[in-house]
Design a protein around this ligand. Structure first.
Ligand code: AMP
Length: 219
């Protein structure tokens, strides 16, 4: 692995982008930028951006490009991004992908790989609706595959687990439809630039991780 690397994790909601982003952060020291987490932080602090974003997030729609791009561009201008970044949930549209390319090019940097974590819709629905997390420390559990040791309680700090508003079944269906319409076309965008690295996201998590790590190591 050379210098600072910039990796995009592509894939539908529930594909495992957040989990793999944490692995890349821990293994390679990449800064983990999750646009969804940035929005959720703004929602929690009730900033004007948070209030606006919430109205889209609650419906499973994308937050408009102009505000999303501005938020992420401000984030990547911070010094911790110079050591490399793993993008999780961004870009989600062509406009976002182009804005990211342009911003990196300005700093003579570029994306090293767009890792596409592939998972079928049926599996995504099962995963997302079983996903619960700790409101205090952010630990994520899956009631089917990675349940907490004691039901409904965080292993780390015993807080009661909650379900993300947008992981409720109707919103999950809408998020998957939005993904197909607006984000799936990016797969072709990155294929054409030779950056696409598909990974089967339905394998055991250790296998997925091994493949993602190998892709990063080869950069
Ligand atoms: P996530 O945690 O990545 O699933 O994001 C949760 C929600 O935040 C999405 O359903 C969108 O409403 C919003 N969001 C996150 N990232 C983006 C993005 N790159 N573009 C537009 N909306 C986003």
């Amino acid at each position: 692995m050379s210098n600072a690397i910039y990796i995009i994790l592509l894939g539908a909601p529930g594909a495992g982008k957040g989990t793999q982003a944490e692995v890349l952060h821990a293994r390679f020291g990449l800064t983990h930028i999750s646009s969804g987490d940035l929005f959720r932080e703004n929602v929690a602090r009730q900033t004007p951006l948070g209030v606006l974003a919430k109205s889209y997030m609650d419906k499973g729609e994308l937050v408009p490009d102009d505000v999303t791009i501005k938020m992420v561009m401000e984030r990547i201008a911070r010094p911790d991004c110079a050591r490399g970044v793993v993008f999780d949930g961004f870009p989600r549209t062509h406009a976002q992908a182009q804005a990211l390319d342009a911003a990196l090019a300005q700093q003579s940097k570029k994306i090293g790989a767009a890792v596409f974590i592939q998972v079928r819709d049926q599996v995504l629905i099962e995963r997302l609706t079983a996903r619960w997390s700790c409101p205090a420390c952010g630990a994520v559990y899956n009631l089917l595959t990675n349940p907490p040791r004691s039901a409904g309680q965080c292993d780390k700090d015993t807080r009661a687990l909650t379900q993300r508003e947008d992981d409720k079944p109707e919103t999950v269906r809408r998020r998957l439809a939005v993904y197909q319409q607006q984000t799936a076309p990016l797969i072709e965008y990155y294929r054409q630039t030779g950056l696409l690295r598909p990974v089967d996201g339905e394998q055991m998590i250790e296998r997925v991780t091994a493949e993602v790590v190998a892709i990063a190591q080869a950069l």
